[in-house]
Design a protein around this ligand. Structure first.
Ligand code: TMP
Ligand code: ASP
Length: 237
């Protein structure tokens, strides 16, 4: 597979075309951003850790029957993925209250949510990723009802796989964000699953092991990501 042109530069990843129109290369950079790109820093090793972590998680999901765009690792910071037509709506499941839910509804951080909640957000930094609902997505043509139904089903299926995976490694999967796209007419999980886009707490101490360390200036960001990887048995180099 030959790497060609830069197609898109996101906040933490760069997307490259390849000699095969059905495949792209994702490069995970060390850039770490929060608050819709307002706070940005370079954190050494983060690109490598997230690339390998994401590959490991996508393999677990794929083995559980969830369609993902992952093809293979290419290098420490790159992987090969199927080229999806991305849907600009983010799916968030919460098992425990934190982040914007706490701010929006005034509930206590740490409140267990049973059943877990499901929310949609429009992927738009300029508008600060506003919360939207299915009728918005359909009215504005971001996704069809059938696509939204499948995205919701797959987002909960991911919870069924990952909640116990993290729990068995001594961690609580507090919440996470997924992005989907279309490949050959079907809904496929795209983007990444890493501590940049989810919340993970130590099960006993509730120490934060995710991007909240960066958002809240707690330090030890990449060290926490490496700890998560180590507990799951993700091979890092
Ligand atoms: P929130 O509490 O800020 O709404 O975020 C919920 C979870 O989803 C949290 O783990 C962060 C993740 N997320 C992103 O990574 N990017 C986003 O644009 C959004 C809206 C959420
Ligand atoms: N969409 C947010 C951002 O731009 C998510 C976050 O704060 O991590 O970074």
């Amino acid at each position: 597979m030959e790497k060609r042109d830069e197609l898109y530069r996101g906040k933490a990843k760069t997307v490259f075309t390849t000699d095969n129109p059905d495949y792209l290369i994702l490069e995970f950079r060390d850039d770490t951003s929060a608050f819709d790109g307002e706070k940005v820093e370079q954190l050494a090793r983060k690109g490598m850790v997230n690339n390998k972590f994401n590959h490991f998680i996508m393999e677990q999901l794929s083995a559980a029957g969830i369609p993902t765009q992952m093809e293979r690792l290419l290098s420490n910071t790159e992987c090969v993925v199927k080229k999806l037509d991305m849907i600009p709506v983010e799916c968030v499941v919460r098992n425990i209250a934190a982040g914007s839910l706490v701010r929006r509804l005034g509930v206590a951080e740490g409140l267990e949510l049973n059943p877990p909640t499901f929310e949609l957000f429009l992927k738009n930094d300029a508008l600060h990723d506003p919360m939207v609902n299915e009728s918005h997505a359909i009215a504005f043509g971001w996704a069809s009802q059938a696509q939204l139904t499948e995205m919701k089903r797959l987002t909960f299926a991911v919870n069924d796989v990952l909640k116990p995976l993290f729990e068995n490694a001594g961690m609580l999967l507090v919440d996470y964000k997924l992005e989907f796209g279309v490949f050959d007419g079907g809904i496929v999980l795209g983007d990444e699953f890493s501590p940049d886009g989810c919340r993970l707490w130590d099960k006993d101490t509730r120490t934060k092991l995710d991007k909240d360390r960066f958002r809240q200036g707690l330090g030890g960001v990449v060290e926490a990501y490496e700890e998560v990887a180590k507990r799951l048995g993700v091979p890092l180099s």
